[in-house]
Ligand binder design. Structure first.
Ligand SMILES: Nc1ncnc2c1ncn2[C@@H]1O[C@H](COP(=O)(O)OP(=O)(O)O)[C@@H](O)[C@H]1O
Ligand SMILES: [Mg+2]
Length: 395
């Protein structure tokens, strides 16, 4: 069918034609943010889940919904190897400049910009990657101790005061939060804890791989009192079917029931896979309705496209040892697997494999659901590894 009108949108962070199965969580987080704005107690959320389940697009939708109610939002992605202060400084500056335009908040916002100047001047020594324009001179003693935890707390408090004076809230949306280093994560949690105790309308809504929950708990044991960690997973069959059928019907075309079933079978309801199969089934079908045979013919191309984009992201950056470790896991099946079993598969000791395992966790390739267990952070990753490394070379 006409590729120009193909509605599907495979790709990291690409907004889907139908955001299926997420209305309950959108409603829930919407309520929390409205409560925050009113100074009522409200836990924020950290969306956790495997790659490709739709955390980024969900975070974006929560943000758009919040913006539409007049909440001021900031969108940040935490890449590997960037410091949190470097990410926060320019975003907080924009938020403060925006708040300073409102008469009722002007003085608070300007004090916030002075706090930012103090924050940056001292922390630049430790975090050389901070780059931000400064609009006001620092106020001596305000957020300029040079200690991240204390200074970030003061800075966020100023942002919260300004937001309250403006009758709004400031919400920072931070994606890939698992990459923030532990001391910086601890500082962020501690600063947000203070703001929450003061009932200030400032918070973070985050998203990250499943290891995020444990990382935050290790950084500050009370993280679970500040945040809920809803698990974002594959779509159930009804929602997955909506994700496929609705966009097709919106284009005035149709798809047969057993073709939908074939897509659900192959994708197991994972959003990224649904978009990829939907796209290729549409392109291959000669005419509407899309039939089961179209889906079957499209599978090779869908898998090839996933191998080149989705699965390969970050894989090429791994060391040979790390790849071998993953391949041994794949040999054992989808997982999770016991560390002992993986070591046995590689004919190595568990201890000698510790560094490889730790660096794979830091790189976001695997995580540990329970002590001693190891699982992939990418769904169906075992099958990908077997496709691109047909021979297990671990022995
Ligand atoms: N609820 C959903 N319904 C249908 N497609 C979705 C949904 N959520 C995400 N997608 C699609 O899945 C893919 C991955 O989404 P993304 O937000 O990048 O995942 P993550 O951030 O969890 O890795 C994108 O192509 C997106 O369009
Ligand atoms: Mg993402």
């Amino acid at each position: 069918m006409d590729p120009v009108h193909n509605p599907f949108a495979p790709g990291a962070g690409c907004s889907p034609p139908e955001l299926a199965g997420r209305s309950a969580i959108l409603r829930d987080v919407g309520i929390r943010l409205k409560r925050l704005r009113l100074g009522r107690p409200a836990k924020s959320v950290m969306l956790v889940g495997l790659r490709g389940v739709g955390k980024t697009v969900l975070l974006d939708q929560i943000r758009r919904d919040a913006e539409s109610t007049g909440i001021h939002t900031v969108r940040i992605e935490a890449p590997e190897h960037r410091s949190l202060p470097a990410l926060l400084a320019p975003s907080l500056r924009l938020a403060l400049l925006h708040l300073s335009k409102k008469e009722s908040a002007r003085d608070h916002a300007i004090r916030g910009l002075r706090a930012l100047a103090g924050f940056v001047s001292k922390l630049k020594v430790t975090f050389a990657d901070i780059e931000v324009g400064l609009d006001y001179d620092p106020e001596p003693g305000l957020a300029d101790n040079g200690d991240l935890e204390g200074d970030l707390t003061t800075l966020l408090q100023q942002v919260g005061e300004a937001a309250r004076a403006a009758g709004t809230a400031v919400v920072l949306f931070i994606d890939e939060l698992q990459y923030v280093e532990e001391p910086q994560m601890a500082a962020l949690i501690s600063a947000l804890h203070r703001c929450s105790q003061d009932r200030l309308p400032v918070t973070v809504v985050g998203a990250g791989l499943p290891q995020l929950r444990g990382r935050m708990g290790e950084a500050k044991s009370y993280a679970e009192r500040l945040f809920d960690f809803p698990e974002i997973g594959p779509l159930n069959p009804t929602d997955a079917s909506d994700a496929i059928v609705r966009p097709i019907r919106n284009e005035g075309a149709d798809i047969e029931g057993n073709a939908v079933s074939a897509i659900l079978d192959r994708t197991q309801g994972y959003p990224y896979f649904l978009q990829e199969w939907g796209k290729h089934a549409w392109d291959i079908a000669a005419e509407s309705p899309i039939r089961e045979q179209d889906v079957l013919s499209a599978s090779d191309e869908a898998v090839a496209a996933l191998d080149e984009s989705f699965f390969r992201v970050r894989f090429d950056r791994l060391t040979p040892t790390e790849k071998k470790y993953l391949r041994a896991m794949a040999e054992l099946g989808p997982g999770p697997h016991r560390s002992g079993d993986i070591a046995e598969q590689l004919q190595r000791s568990v201890n000698s494999l510790g560094p490889a395992r730790a660096s794979l966790i830091a790189k976001g390739m695997i995580w540990s659901p329970t002590h001693g267990d190891t699982a992939f952070t990418v769904p169906l990753f075992d099958q990908f590894l077997k496709r691109i490394m047909p021979q297990e070379t671990g022995r």
